[in-house]
Design a protein around this ligand. Structure first.
Ligand SMILES: [Zn+2]
Length: 463
């Protein structure tokens, strides 16, 4: 049986207007939008009814925290909150010490609902705002939030939300690092048996971000600072329909910070422990030639038997240095030809032979004096990384030989949000947003918003 809409809609002006809007809508889309407004209005009514019902329930009054006398009701007081369906208003009982002790005011319903004294915005709205700001510039995020919910929040307010929850994420991380320092091992992040049996791949790189040179003003010169990004992931092997084996990444986790390699070290180790670095059947480290990252490998991962892989394209760049510097006048062997041959041999695991050849050429009388130090330098570099250029072995094991995956992580983690036109960051502003982004990428975003102990007293939406 069909019910006319009037039966649901109360007989007041606002509802009638909404109802008329629906009936006079002149396109499909207009009907949908008008119905959505009615839906939102209806949700608001449901919330307010529910709260009114709960406010009527019998209250058991606590005792005064100052003098221990039982509190008494001083009647109903108004409360309002900006939510994902707009402003919601209700009344609830407030209690106070009959002796009027300072700070004895108590509102049981607020407590039961997890609301804080000066909170004006509901957490689900803040969460959505923060999520949009994780991906979009603040002004745009505020516009999209309005499009999605009809709730208008200024970009300053969004910025404040991000600072608050970003700070919370930073605090959480700090306390986890302190725990690690005192010998507590972090909990393993839920990994099933299939994931546990896959090699754990760890890779790190750096990317520069533009910062402000003076606090609180975008004036002054841009200062570029390096942000470190590390990727931890399980390397799965899959058979395609045609029988080809391809690798696929599972459970991608990121570590990132504005700071030095030494700052990165404990954070990377913390995440590595969470990802089961100590029990993984195989740990693979891959990075380009930057010295600091290889020190990290030697200090953290080599001691537990991790295989180190030098990014192939990076190694090839060094070969090009040697090939382009060396000319022996033989027209049948151009730099390009020699380079192609060196790359081929490197790819197929003949690193030792290349080192020998470079060594021999660097001592040969036919080599010009200017070329010798270049050949020696490339020789020493390959020698240093001899274990890390065993590309034939790596290919057999299906390990990647390029650090492309961490480079692309740098792009979507950092570049996409922090290097927009005209963007320049304060260190705090950067850090807070970075940690929210990390929380989202690492699937820990929601735990930031479910913590009942969060003080939301900061929020004061400006319109
Ligand atoms: Zn009292």
């Amino acid at each position: 049986m069909q019910c006319p809409i009037e039966q649901f809609i109360p007989d007041d002006e606002e509802w009638q207007q909404l109802c008329d809007k629906l009936k006079t809508a002149d396109s499909f889309s207009a009907i949908v939008l008008a119905a959505r407004l009615i839906g939102l209005r209806f949700a608001k009514v449901l919330i307010e009814q529910q709260l009114a019902e709960r406010a009527q329930a019998r209250t058991t009054w606590q005792h005064c925290s100052v003098c221990n006398t039982q509190l008494v009701s001083k009647g109903f007081t108004n409360r309002q909150m900006l939510t994902i369906v707009g402003w919601v208003k209700w009344k609830r009982r407030a209690g106070r010490c009959p002796r009027r002790c300072l700070g004895s005011q108590n509102i049981p319903l607020d407590q039961a609902l997890g609301l804080h004294a000066y909170q004006q915005t509901s957490v689900e709205l803040v969460r959505l705002g923060c999520l949009l700001a994780v991906f979009l510039p603040y002004t745009l995020a505020a516009q999209i939030l309005f499009q999605l919910t009809g709730v208008s929040v200024s970009n300053n307010t969004l910025w404040e939300w991000v600072q608050h929850f970003g700070q919370q994420a930073v605090k959480d991380l700090k306390s986890q690092l302190e725990d690690l320092n005192t010998g507590q091992t972090p909990l393993l992040e839920l990994l099933d048996d299939a994931l546990l049996s896959m090699p754990l791949l760890i890779s790190a790189d750096g990317v520069t971000v533009p910062f402000r040179s003076q606090p609180k003003t975008p004036k002054g010169k841009t200062v570029w600072q390096e942000v470190k990004v590390a990727l931890l992931t399980r390397l799965g092997r899959h058979q395609t329909k045609s029988g080809k084996t391809i690798t696929r990444l599972h459970q991608r986790r990121l570590v990132s910070l504005l700071g030095s390699i030494d700052d990165l070290k404990p954070r990377l180790w913390l995440e590595a422990l969470r990802q089961g670095v100590e029990t993984a059947a195989q740990v693979v480290w891959i990075s380009d030639g930057a010295r600091g990252f290889w020190r990290l490998y030697r200090e953290c991962f080599a001691p537990i038997g991790a295989v180190g892989v030098l990014d192939f394209y990076h190694a090839a760049q060094h070969l090009w240095q040697a090939a382009s510097a060396y000319q022996d006048g033989n027209p049948a062997r151009t730099s390009q030809q020699w380079f192609a041959s060196l790359c081929h041999r490197l790819r197929h695991g003949f690193g030792k032979g290349i080192i020998k050849e470079l060594d021999w050429l660097s001592k040969s009388r036919n080599t010009t004096e200017a070329t010798k130090p270049i050949l020696r330098q490339v020789r020493d570099y390959l020698k240093l990384h001899l274990d890390h250029i065993q590309y034939r072995f790596f290919k057999q094991k299906c390990f990647p030989i390029g650090s492309g995956m961490v480079e692309s992580a740098c792009k979507w983690m950092i570049q996409q949000r922090f290097k927009g036109t005209g963007m320049r960051w304060s260190e705090d502003g950067f850090n807070h947003l970075l940690h929210l982004r990390l929380a989202w990428m690492n699937q820990r975003f929601d735990s930031l918003f479910s913590n009942e102990n969060l003080s939301l007293s900061l929020y004061s939406p400006k319109h």
